[in-house]
Every structure is written in structure tokens, then in C-alpha cells.
Design a protein around this ligand. Structure first.
Ligand SMILES: [Zn+2]
Length: 74
């Protein structure tokens, strides 16, 4: 898995929508790739924040879109 694929799957992974094999591949990538790992961590924290502030696990689609665009600029 390359970084592009990893980032595409990150949201699904955090939503636990990713199938077993893909999440193993993603986890493996995160273990070796510092860059993606820090992005994953950032998203994780963001998610915890969202959960606390609006009681929901899912970011609204437009926010999600905005955030993922933001993340690509890092
Ligand atoms: Zn990567």
C-alpha cells in the first residue's frame, strides 16, 4: 500500500468501515510511514473532538471533504 491509498482508506478505517485485510495493510503502512501515521493520529484526535462536541462519530460530508483537502496540504 502506498501513501495515496493509505490516506484514501484512512477515513474508512477510522469509521471502522474497512474490511479486515485492508485495515491490516493500512496498519502495517502506518507502522512504517511516519507521515501517514501523524495524519492518522491527527484525524483520530479530530474525531474524538467531534464526538465530544456534537455527540456524533461521523463528520458531516462537507466538513469531511474540507478536512481531507486540508490534510493533503500538510
Ligand atoms: Zn504513507
Amino acid at each position: 500500500m502506498n501513501c495515496q491509498e493509505a490516506l484514501e482508506k484512512l477515513w474508512q478505517y477510522l469509521d471502522r468501515e474497512l474490511d479486515g485485510e485492508s485495515s491490516v495493510q493500512l496498519q502495517r503502512h502506518l507502522q512504517h510511514c511516519r507521515e501517514c501515521f501523524s495524519k492518522a493520529e491527527f484525524e483520530c484526535r479530530l474525531r474524538a473532538l467531534l464526538r465530544r462536541s456534537c455527540g456524533c462519530d461521523q463528520a458531516p460530508p462537507e466538513l469531511r471533504e474540507r478536512l481531507s483537502r486540508l490534510l493533503r496540504m500538510f
